[in-house]
Design a binder for this molecule. Structure first.
Ligand SMILES: [Zn+2]
Length: 321
């Protein structure tokens, strides 16, 4: 049951105690790098870019507890927005997404090297020298209202190729992010076509659901297996089963709808990935202005709730081959 101001959430998972990982071995708190000593890619698995998205912390904690070390290349395990994660409170779980600002909207050199200050920017500046060494980023998230897990492959074909290599989840979203700031997965070389560096952001499903945590765990073992960094046995034990690897559907986002007022309301309930058949279908109101789909067979990607002026309410997508 919910009411207007204090919705009740179904919290099925717990925030793991990550304090044992604070010390790390990189000189940056909560970041550890394991070097196999054998040539291979440097893969970073990143958790809690958003402090209340527990599934990533659960997956990285799982890797630590299993004492997973790379058979080749380097593996970096990183907990990102520690201040927000530490403020997580199951009785008010949406509050701890960030402290001062969204950690996943600050990733341009202009902002990182600029004069602005916040808890998140300080942390971003601390982790940046390690992020810059990474060949493949895998950044784990979850969502407030969307049911279907999504792989956010970024704007370039190389991101889609990386998503194809991982082989799950079903939906792969190709998109340029948000109008109010750049995501870590879109930082510099990760989206430069001429660079071999690559990044994915996985949205494992709804926040705090057991199955989101299950997918986060499966996906990291699948990732490491695809890079030959773990044994077949370990991948078979904790990775996805054959039945989990279904045909992927690729959706290219044409752009977000950026809200113009502080009073955006949906005309009906959207959970994401609905295909709205007719162009011009009104799906919400921005203040008094009706907002309609821009083209036929428009996929509604990641609808948000409680959207403020200047933020994305939903992104429009087209299914691509
Ligand atoms: Zn997130």
């Amino acid at each position: 049951m919910t009411n207007e101001t204090h919705p009740t959430f179904d919290i099925q998972i717990e925030a793991p105690d990550i304090s044992p990982y604070k010390q790390g071995n990189t000189g940056v708190d909560y970041i550890s790098t394991f070097d196999s000593g054998i040539e291979g890619p440097h893969v970073m698995i990143s958790a809690v870019v958003h402090g209340n998205e527990l599934c990533g912390a659960i997956a990285v904690d799982h890797l630590f507890k299993q004492n997973v070390k790379p058979l080749k290349g380097k593996l970096t395990l990183a907990f990102m927005n520690i201040a927000a994660y530490e403020s997580f409170n199951p009785s008010d779980p949406t509050k701890s997404r960030f402290v001062d600002e969204d950690f996943n909207r600050v990733w341009t050199n202009e902002i990182l090297e600029g004069p602005r200050d916040s808890i998140e920017l300080r942390r971003a500046r601390d982790v940046l020298p390690i992020l810059q060494q990474v060949d493949y980023l895998f950044d784990i998230h979850s969502m407030l209202i969307s049911n279907d897990p999504l792989m956010m492959a970024g704007p370039k074909p190389k991101g889609r190729d990386y998503a194809r290599k991982i082989g799950l989840p079903k939906y792969v979203i190709s998109d340029a992010g948000h109008s109010n700031g750049t995501r870590m997965r879109d930082y510099e070389d990760f989206i430069r076509p001429e660079s071999p560096k690559n990044a994915l952001l996985i949205e494992c499903g709804t926040h705090w659901k057991q199955k989101s945590a299950d997918l986060a765990i499966q996906s990291v073992y699948k990732l490491l297996h695809e890079f030959d960094m773990i044994s077949d046995e370990l991948a078979a034990l904790f990775g996805p089963k054959e039945a989990d690897l279904i045909d992927q559907i690729f959706v290219e986002v044409s752009g977000p709808y950026t809200v113009q007022s502080d009073n955006f309301k949906y005309a009906s309930t959207y959970h994401g990935m609905e295909v709205v058949e007719k162009a011009g279908t009104v799906y919400g109101h921005d203040g008094d202005t009706p907002v309609a789909t821009p083209y036929d067979n428009c996929v509604m990607v990641m609808p948000s709730l409680n959207i403020k002026k200047g933020e994305s309410s939903v992104r429009y997508g087209r299914i691509i081959p």
